[in-house]
Design a protein around this ligand. Structure first.
Ligand code: DOR
Ligand code: ZN
Length: 354
């Protein structure tokens, strides 16, 4: 390999999509959506608002609010999801999917994370919904953590595989499932070994930090998210999965903004706001792993293939040598501490090419 191809000065890839975002609602929605829309053509929008987006009609309204809040002229496409509850109506989900309003539905185990109190208390209760989804080819997006407080927080994803994910797939072998924001070696291996109907998103932060980041010289609330970052062995397994060229793994940032005072608190919220520089962080990982040849697949091709959507027509460019990340980002009158605040990144997003 030539020196130039080993360390290229720029990267040009198909415009990517973000298959897992939290855009929130209200005054900061437009600014938050703007950060995602700067880099990504489309994004799967998670439905954990308060109250949650549980029906097709609510998803259609939320999509309208997102579109109205976007910067003028934006072509960004929000891909909407429904929040599953014990009482979800299969007919409504199927109608929403048929209308093109609902791309997927999200399974939050009740009380697993932010605004999940109305989530599913037992996955067996929604088997009729999952049967319908399997029949119509509607993907199920899964927050894969058990909520049993007797299970150590660092084990909740691995235990979820045994207790919930594997039995669910055994009951619904044809269902398309995205194991969201995987954080463990166990999850990466499970997805790699599963059928082509099972895929996973991986966040930039789970590729870049391990659990030590939460305790570096003191408690670091801005490194706290759910599922929580795990040991180094898991981070390395995630990097191998993301950069190894498999079509089963794709980009999903789980960008999850909380105002600074909600993070820096006695009981701080879970979530890392990585939207402003997500693509640069992923580029660092692929570059460090010597795997830039697989970057476009992960960022721009595998997700559309799994969801059955066309790839984006445009291209984006990144150039080597990054900028310093702001200490604070303003959104709708709130201040947010972004992922990598104050650090200089290895790459800079240079925008769309055509
Ligand atoms: O860290 C997280 N934040 N994990 C989630 O599952 C939800 C998200 C949020 O909405 O804040
Ligand atoms: Zn999320």
């Amino acid at each position: 390999m030539s020196a130039e191809s080993a360390a290229p000065a720029e990267i040009v890839i198909r415009q990517p999509d973000d298959w897992h975002v939290h855009l929130r609602d209200g005054a900061w929605l437009g600014d938050l959506a703007g950060h995602t829309a700067r880099q990504f053509a489309r994004a799967i929008v998670m439905p954990n608002l308060a109250p949650p987006v549980t029906t097709s009609a609510m998803a259609a309204d939320y999509r309208q609010r997102i579109r109205a809040a976007l910067p003028a002229g934006s072509t960004f496409e929000p891909l909407m999801t429904a929040y599953l509850t014990d009482h979800s109506d299969p007919a409504d989900l199927a109608a929403g999917h048929g209308d093109g309003v609902l791309v997927a539905a999200k399974l939050y185990p009740a009380h697993a994370t932010t605004n999940s109190a109305h989530g599913v208390s037992d996955a067996g209760l929604i088997d009729p919904v999952l049967e319908t989804m399997a029949r119509i080819g509607m993907p199920l997006l899964v927050h894969g953590e058990v909520t049993d407080s007797a299970i150590d927080i660092f084990d909740r994803e691995a235990v979820f595989i045994e207790r919930v994910m594997a039995p669910l797939l055994a009951r619904h072998p044809g269902l398309k499932v995205v194991f969201e924001h995987i954080t463990t070696r166990e999850a990466a291996l499970f997805v790699a070994d599963a059928g082509p109907n099972v895929a996973a998103t991986i966040t930039p932060h789970h590729l870049q930090i391990n659990r030590n980041a939460m305790f570096a010289g003191g408690i670091r609330p801005h490194a706290y998210c759910l599922p929580v970052a795990k040991r180094e062995v898991h981070r390395l397994a995630l990097r191998a999965a993301a950069t190894g060229g498999s079509g089963k793994f794709f980009l999903g940032t789980d960008t999850a903004p909380h105002a600074v005072e909600a993070k820096e608190a006695a009981c701080g919220c879970a979530g890392i706001f990585n939207a402003p520089h997500a693509l640069e962080c992923y580029a660092e990982v692929f570059d460090e792993e010597g795997a830039l040849a697989h970057f476009e697949g992960f960022a721009s091709l595998n997700g559309p293939a799994f969801y059955g959507l066309p790839v984006n027509p445009g291209r984006v460019r990144l150039v080597r040598g990054g900028e310093r990340v702001a200490e604070r980002v303003a959104a709708g009158g709130r201040a947010i501490v972004p992922y990598r605040a104050g650090e200089v990144l290895g790459w800079r997003f240079a925008g769309q090419l055509d």
